[in-house]
Design a protein around this ligand. Structure first.
Ligand code: SAM
Length: 265
């Protein structure tokens, strides 16, 4: 879900516990789709949050290794700071870098995995196919590339939110995010590059009190730099979204997991 700023914690300790429990459960379900990854050398592309890295590290265990590749320096530093306290099984390194140009030799990893990277990919830099090919290029032949991301097969408030954030990002920085689309778009992407492609759609997993967190967000400052007309349109859409969240709660999209094996060459 989009990243935001809050004035303070809008949740009571009990609510926060329930919220975190649901996020961990979501993450566990996604990571379970990877199957047995014990002892593997794994690249996690696009993200540095302990939520995912701890779960992965636990599954990889002491005989494997985990490298996270994240383009946003602030997130890298935040992830490193938070992981300092964590009790990790596999050693974890977080590296600043671009999924379009992973800074590794070929054959470095047994598995490249991403969760939520594709919809946030800036495709001005290159196509999603190129990003996937770049990730595959650092995986050994016969190793796997696996991605998990939201899809629009089930209506959800989060889809409207993500689309609004995508348009806002475009207005503010010119970035053209790949966005969330139908499952077939992602399956085709993997089939063009990988062998033995398998995929699975998981139904939406609710996260308790997410609506409360989203509604407590501070108004984003970015749009203030936009021309008045654009700013007004975005602000009306933001208010309509908030109204929908009050009515329906913050409903979540389905996710699609796709994996395939890397072909020689
Ligand atoms: C939706 S978030 C993924 C969240 C992830 N599940 C986690 O670990 O928290 C997508 C992440 O991909 C990162 N990202 C976007 N484009 C990237 C790129 N070209 N290379 C590396 N990371 C990228 C973003 O900065 C963001 O942290």
């Amino acid at each position: 879900m989009p990243r935001r700023l809050y004035k303070g914690d809008p949740l009571t300790p009990g609510e926060r516990e329930a919220y975190e429990e649901d996020l961990i459960a979501f993450c566990d379900c996604e990571l379970d789709l990877l199957g047995d990854v014990e002892g593997l050398s794994v690249l996690y592309a696009g993200g540095s949050s302990p939520l995912w890295l701890e779960g992965l590290s636990q599954r990889i265990g002491r005989t494997g290794a985990l490298v996270a590749l994240e383009s946003d320096i602030e997130r890298v530093e935040e992830g490193r700071e938070l992981l300092r306290e964590a009790d990790l099984d596999a050693p974890v390194r977080i590296i600043t870098g671009d999924a379009f140009r992973p800074p590794f030799e070929g054959d470095t990893f047994d598995l490249a995995y991403s969760s939520g990277l594709l919809h946030e990919l800036d495709v001005r830099e290159g196509s999603a196919e190129e990003a996937l090919a770049a990730l595959a290029s650092v995986v050994r032949t016969g190793g796997r590339v696996a991605t998990s991301d939201f899809v629009n097969s089930v209506p959800a408030v989060q889809l409207e939110d993500e689309e609004l954030q995508r348009e806002m990002t475009r207005e503010l920085s010119g970035a053209k995010l790949y966005g969330i689309g139908p499952p077939e778009r992602l399956v085709t992407l993997h089939e063009a590059l990988l062998a033995e492609v398998q995929w699975r759609i998981s139904p939406p997993r609710p996260v308790r009190y997410l609506d409360k967190i989203v509604l407590a967000e501070e108004e984003p400052e970015g749009p203030r730099s936009l021309p008045v007309g654009k700013r007004r349109r975005l602000s009306e859409r933001l208010e309509a979204l908030r109204e929908r969240i009050r009515r329906e709660g913050y409903t979540r999209p389905a996710t699609l997991y796709v994996e395939g094996s890397v072909i020689e060459g």
